[in-house]
Design a protein. Structure first.
Lengths: 348, 295
């Protein structure tokens, strides 16, 4: 019992600590923290529109973070979700535009496959480098983010550039409404269905299959993995592919959902926030679900801040970053431990 | 050829300073992925400080102060609160990128580039192409040599390495790993500030959001590629800059033949290639993720 209380209290404590630290800093540099808090709340849950908006931002974050959960649980620091997200989006664009005219019943599965395949293939490069040559995946996946961002610019200003767009615009032309998964609000039955299927599939994968058991083993003790008769190569490849595939699917959701076209530099912090969500959620599927709603709310509020409170939207980036610095902390400041013992029902 | 070498030195100096910071942290066993954030903080603070005080020296001093504070924050998270260094480092990078945008917006009302009149002192214009080098670029080989001596030939350097490789052994001779990591991170903070200042004030004389564009991560790769040996790390950093400069030159001569974005991606690809090479030679630090699920 103490364990589960800790599992919930600990991330909450560090989020609270991070928010207090940033609130104090904002106050010191001359912003009003109560106003910031008020406008974040209003922007995230203040009205039905705000809630819709929070869900809209939470959906791609949730799907991306599920991929991060799979990779991190297996012991692979795949911090390239952003690049895989873009790769999936690019792949979708390359399938949707040439196949225009086909019935949506064929197009939708094709787009899903393209998104997953794009992200998975992008993740496969660092996976092979890591598993075959021992090249550390942290930097290779990070570099993949930069390369994918440049590839996205190349595609949206080159081959797939909207011919009607002005010289400066870098996006593809709008996708026909019949192929879209949602309108610009970004919340629709299709998108929610896709996200739900992802949640269920990843939960089953991690908790009810041998892959999940072996992944957990690989993350904790790679030697034991080999003793269990599994090969790190196959398991690692699978983990990277699933992880990249999820991020790629999130990219597909953005392109066919709220964006309706491929835009260069869209959602530039999706990957980073997804990592944060996976960690805040304790690398569990239900945890990520809850955490993604929280960070989706923050993302929705980002757009309101400049309008409602005259605050720069980078304020939310700062809050996220401070949470990231503190969230993996394992030690409790002295005194917390005792407080926790006191609060948990099963102390003895 | 001289032009090429000078272009490599101009592009590579910020990278070398930041890579030296990463090297110090790496030797004490901390993977410092906050280099990118520290570098952007250094670039921003040096420009803002120079603009405010009209003195480059004070600007660089402000940058050093900000980077030291940020480094201490990282140290507290990693050492006192036992946070995962990789995630905390990425968080610090996010803090640097977001915080500098916030700072520029707060101070100047928009996120547009901040221009300054003054920059770092340069060599005498009479020296022709060499006048492109700032004093930081001239000082760079001395710094690398000094750090080589400090890490390889002094008691401090040996203890620094002991802290990273065998903390128990270090503790048994009275070297506190926590304290050595603090020293390494604070020194690294100053070096990142200098690297950021060189990037912003060396020849460009402006700061714009995200201007580091992954150079901090490249510097970190140079640390791995150069096996945390100051000379190897500096060579790796200059190699990455050489690739970048080659790309720029190729863009001028082969305009249109190669997509511009592919050329821009060259340094990142070179970084992956460099890491792959160093992985093949069998130098690898394994990091565990298991602790992330302990709660």
């Amino acid at each position: 019992m103490k364990g589960s209380v800790q599992a919930i209290l600990k991330p909450l404590t560090y989020i609270a600590l991070a928010i207090s630290l940033t609130a104090i800093s904002f106050q010191l540099i001359g912003y009003s923290s109560p106003l910031l808090a008020k406008s974040i709340l209003e922007g995230a849950v203040g009205s039905p529109d705000a809630i819709t908006n929070s869900v809209r931002w939470a959906l791609p974050l949730l799907v991306t973070s599920l991929g991060v959960v799979v990779a991190f649980r297996s012991g692979f620091f795949n911090v390239g979700a952003q690049g895989q997200f873009y790769a999936g989006a690019i792949a979708v664009a390359f399938v949707v535009y040439p196949l225009e005219g086909l019935p949506p019943a064929i197009m939708t599965p094709a787009a899903v496959c393209a998104g997953i395949a794009g992200g998975a293939l992008w993740a496969l490069c660092p996976a092979i480098l890591r598993l075959t040559y021992g090249t550390d995946e942290v930097i290779t996946t990070l570099m993949g983010n930069f390369i994918a961002a440049l590839a996205l610019i190349e595609v949206t200003t080159g081959v797939l550039k909207d011919p009607a767009g002005t010289g400066q615009s870098s996006s593809t032309r709008p996708i026909d409404a019949v192929y879209r998964w949602s309108d610009a609000t970004g919340v629709s039955t299709t998108l929610i269905l896709v996200a739900t299927v992802c949640v269920v599939v990843v939960w089953i994968l991690l908790n009810r299959t041998s892959f999940g058991v072996l992944a957990g083993l690989a993350g904790r003790n790679p030697t034991m993995l080999v003793w269990q008769g599994a090969t790190e190569w196959r398991l690692g490849c699978a983990a990277f592919l699933v992880s990249g595939g999820m991020a790629g699917l999130a990219g597909a959701m953005e392109v066919l959902g709220p964006n309706g076209q491929l835009i260069s530099d869209f959602l530039p912090t999706d990957g980073f926030t997804a990592i944060l969500i996976a960690l805040v959620g304790g690398l569990s599927v239900p945890g990520s679900l809850i955490a993604s709603l929280f960070f989706g709310g923050l993302a929705a509020a980002t757009l309101y801040l400049p309008i409602m409170a005259g605050l720069p939207s980078s304020a939310v980036d700062v809050i996220n970053a401070v949470i990231a610095i503190l969230i993996t902390a394992r030690a409790w400041p002295k005194g917390f431990e005792r407080l926790l013992m006191f609060m948990s029902p099963a102390h003895d | 050829m001289t032009d090429f070498l000078i272009a490599v030195l101009v592009a590579g100096t910020p990278l070398v300073y930041v890579a030296m910071a990463g090297m110090l942290a790496q030797r004490t066993g901390v993977w410092n992925l906050g280099l990118e954030g520290l570098m952007v903080i250094g670039a921003c603070a040096s420009v803002v400080g120079t603009k405010m005080t009209d003195s480059v020296a004070l600007g660089v001093l402000l940058a050093a102060a900000m980077c030291v504070v940020a480094s201490i924050f990282l140290w507290v998270a990693v050492e006192v609160l036992k946070a995962n260094p990789i995630i905390a480092g990425l968080g610090l990078t996010g803090l640097g990128l977001g915080g500098t945008r916030l700072a520029v917006q707060t101070l100047y009302g928009s996120e547009a580039a901040v221009q300054v009149e003054r920059g770092l002192p340069h060599l005498d214009p009479a020296l022709g192409p060499f006048s492109a080098l700032s004093i930081f670029a001239i000082f760079m080989p001395i710094l690398v040599a000094a750090l080589w001596v400090a890490t390889r030939r002094t008691r401090f350097g040996l203890r620094l390495a002991a802290v990273g490789e065998h903390p128990f052994a270090a503790r048994s001779v009275g070297a506190s790993p926590a304290r050595y990591r603090l020293v390494a991170l604070v020194l690294g903070g100053i070096l990142c500030a200098l690297g950021g200042a060189e990037l912003a004030l060396g020849s460009l004389r402006f700061f714009s959001a995200n201007m580091t564009a992954g150079r901090g991560y490249m510097a970190f790769s140079a640390v791995i590629f150069g096996a945390a040996n100051p000379i190897g790390v500096a060579a790796a950093a200059l190699f990455f800059s050489a690739v970048e400069v080659t790309g720029v030159k190729a863009q001028l001569t082969l305009a249109g033949a190669i997509p511009q974005n592919l050329i821009l991606a060259l340094p990142y690809i070179a970084t992956v290639f460099g890491l792959w090479l160093s992985g093949r030679t069998g130098r690898r630090t394994r990091v565990s993720l298991a602790e992330l699920r302990d709660y």
